[in-house]
Design a protein around this ligand. Structure first.
Ligand code: CA
Length: 232
């Protein structure tokens, strides 16, 4: 299991991300201060670091500079609530591999984590094909393109994340809560019916019979060919 280090002082965010990454098969250790995070990052026990910029004891950029001074190749993804382009440029030129602005969707973060874990493995193998496929449905998370039988379908960012979540767990019943936390992030309202609304959008755009209602749970992505209508 890949070992991820998350340096983040907000427990609400770090526990949400750690839980989500664990479900994706990525073990996560959380450090709540820059100093603790720096010590852990330099142990050599981690394959990737997710680094918040606003830390209580040190600036995230300082943590990054100190990591880079000793380890040039450890992938670092910056999380930032600061939206100015200047920060992004500073982050990337001072050695971050990528950045994710807050608030972020879990699906977006995990896509970037997977990309970085894959990219820098140094074993000379061709990178894994990032395109997700299920029956005639294709989703390219990096280019943000969805297609059915090769014909592109226009999806909003939220619809895309929801479709991506289903495609990463084909055939599996996903609860509304799982979908809310994956797609809407840590600020979701658990009583919201937004999942049902967006599944309806996906049914309209991608085919009604792909997304089966699992009564009392949520939804499941199936191959249209295998679809058996359930008596409701
Ligand atoms: Ca913070």
């Amino acid at each position: 299991m890949s070992q991820i280090l998350m340096i983040e002082d907000e427990p609400r965010i770090s526990s949400f991300v750690a839980k989500g990454l664990k479900a994706e098969g990525l073990a996560t250790t959380v450090a709540a201060t820059g100093r603790e995070g720096l010590v852990l990052a330099l142990t050599g026990g981690f394959e990737l670091v997710i680094l918040d910029l606003g830390l209580p004891d040190m600036d995230g950029f300082e943590v990054l500079r100190k990591i880079r001074a000793q380890d040039a190749s450890l992938p670092v993804i910056i999380l930032t609530a600061r939206t100015s382009g200047e920060d992004t440029v500073t982050g990337l030129t001072s050695g971050a591999d990528d950045y994710v602005p807050k608030p972020f969707r879990f699906a977006e973060l995990v896509a970037r984590v997977r990309l970085r874990l894959r990219g820098d493995n140094g074993n000379g193998q061709a990178p894994e094909d990032p395109v997700l496929r299920h029956a005639d449905l294709e989703l390219d998370p990096l280019r943000h393109v969805a297609a059915i039988g090769g014909v592109e379908v226009d999806l909003s960012a939220r619809e895309f994340s929801l479709a991506e979540t289903f495609m990463r767990h084909p055939g599996q019943a996903l609860s509304r809560e799982q979908l809310l936390s994956r797609v809407w992030g840590y600020d979701f309202d658990p009583g919201s019916n937004v999942v049902d609304v967006y599944v309806r959008y996906l049914r309209n755009k991608l085919g009604a019979s792909r997304f089966v209602t699992v009564r009392g749970v949520g939804y499941r992505l199936v191959d249209e060919k295998d679809y058996q209508p359930e008596a409701d």
